[in-house]
Design a protein around this ligand. Structure first.
Ligand code: ADP
Ligand code: MG
Length: 395
């Protein structure tokens, strides 16, 4: 990134406003942070295969107002839920009946484990990321808290350390085995850019994503099939099985990242047709993502959108992690000229589709999709419109 780009992303931070509902909690020493939710444009089920993902931070965020205290007490307040929780720094107790305090306390615990002397504080939390919709509101909360603690206790952690610390908080304190993408995208997001993140090396590059006249539309199926978590584990094992089969002939292979389609044809196809299809999707998805980055560099969002449809096709027919509701929503938009591309986003078996839509067509599309979805599936559709914005910052 050159100096000018660096400055322009910094300047963006000045345009984010403190939410009105946090103003009551601001005192002279208060630190206020904003940390956004994220989308992933392409590159699904590639992270645990050492592949690439292509996330971006969005214009919906979590906000924390944190004020130091003279004692060792931690007083937390959720403005949105109107709930309070409190404990002390020498006894970081997880909350049993409310989930939200644990996303904050997990981060505090990681600071303490890192040897950073965190004192008592008051924190008020609010946000406008839809919860549980696959936009990673949890990572946003963690990263907002981590940024605030980093500032308040002058810990001088760099961005990547904050990302890893927030991920450990979710893994260890909340008990969710998330990868690194969500926290990475929240912290490293950049206005009108997507992040090409190499999950093997954590090397990253920004790719331009010009949102002029385009909106990201998330269509929420409002379903979460219970199959999801078991099938996720099955997919991971199938990918490992594929790697093991390739390793018999190519000893230096450690993940699907090291495998190309020719090796797969040679080693896996004759042995296990199902594992072959799973692995083939992953390798194709990585290749698709790299080609999609070239589309972005050429400013060709239409070509990019076509690859999103291909990604969905692979997820649905080869990797088999879609569901009838997700397929319905992608099929519904497929022949609409105002929709550049669409696919399921996230682990699958429910959640949202992500759509690139011409701005002027968004409202009519939502209305049409909602009516069609209810008629076909008897369920209510939810819709969120997003822009690509910058990552975590102080306000
Ligand atoms: P997501 O896909 O949105 O990350 P998760 O289930 O992983 O869904 O995390 C959602 C949880 O994060 C919520 O149940 C809540 O505990 C916490 N959270 C997110 N946003 C807020 C908020 N604005 N206020 C309080 N808690 C929040
Ligand atoms: Mg989450």
């Amino acid at each position: 990134m050159n100096k000018q780009q660096e400055q322009s992303s910094d300047l963006r931070a000045g345009s984010y406003r403190i939410p009105d509902n946090l103003r009551a909690y601001i005192q002279p020493e208060t630190v206020i942070t904003r940390s956004p939710g994220r989308i992933n444009l392409i590159g699904e089920h590639t992270d645990y295969n050492n592949g690439f993902v292509l996330p971006a931070a969005i214009d919906k965020a979590a906000y924390v107002a944190m004020t130091p205290r003279a004692d060792q007490e931690i007083h937390l307040y959720s403005v949105d839920m109107e709930e309070r929780y409190h404990c002390t720094t020498d006894n970081i107790n997880a909350s049993a009946d409310m989930s939200w305090p644990n996303y904050i306390l997990g981060v505090v615990q990681q600071f303490l484990l890192a040897g950073i002397a965190v004192g008592g504080f008051d924190a008020a939390l609010t946000g406008d990321i839809p919860i549980g919709a696959g936009l990673s509101s949890s990572a946003a909360v963690e990263c907002a808290v981590a940024f605030a603690l980093n500032k308040l206790y002058v810990a001088n952690l760099d961005k990547l350390s904050i990302v890893k610390l927030a991920q450990r908080a979710e893994n260890q304190f909340v008990g969710v085995q998330c990868g690194i993408m969500d926290q990475f995208a929240s912290v490293f997001g950049k206005y009108n850019h997507v992040i090409k993140l190499d999950c093997r090396s954590l090397a990253y590059e920004y790719e331009p994503f010009n949102m002029d006249g385009i909106k990201v539309l998330l269509l929420d199926t409002n379903v979460k099939h219970s199959l999801g978590s078991t099938e996720y584990n099955v997919r991971r094992i199938q990918c490992e099985t594929g790697v093991a089969l390739v390793q018999q002939r190519y000893g230096n292979v450690t993940s699907l990242r090291d495998v190309d389609l020719a090796m797969l044809d040679e080693c896996v196809k004759p042995a296990d047709e199902l594992v072959y299809r799973r692995c083939r999707y992953v390798i194709e998805e990585n290749n698709r993502l790299l080609n999609a980055c070239r589309d972005l560099e050429a400013g060709n969002l239409r070509a990019f959108g076509k690859r999103m449809y291909q990604s969905h096709e692979g997820l649905s027919t080869m990797y088999e992690v879609s569901c009838p509701e997700l397929d319905f929503l992608v099929d519904y938009v497929r022949d609409k000229p105002a929709v550049l591309g669409a696919r399921m986003m996230g682990g699958g078996f429910g959640g949202c589709t992500i759509n690139l839509v011409e701005e002027g067509a968004v409202d009519a599309l939502i209305a049409g999709a909602a009516a069609a979805y209810t008629a076909a599936k008897g369920k209510t559709l939810k819709a969120y419109v997003a822009r690509i914005e910058s990552g975590t910052c102080l306000l």
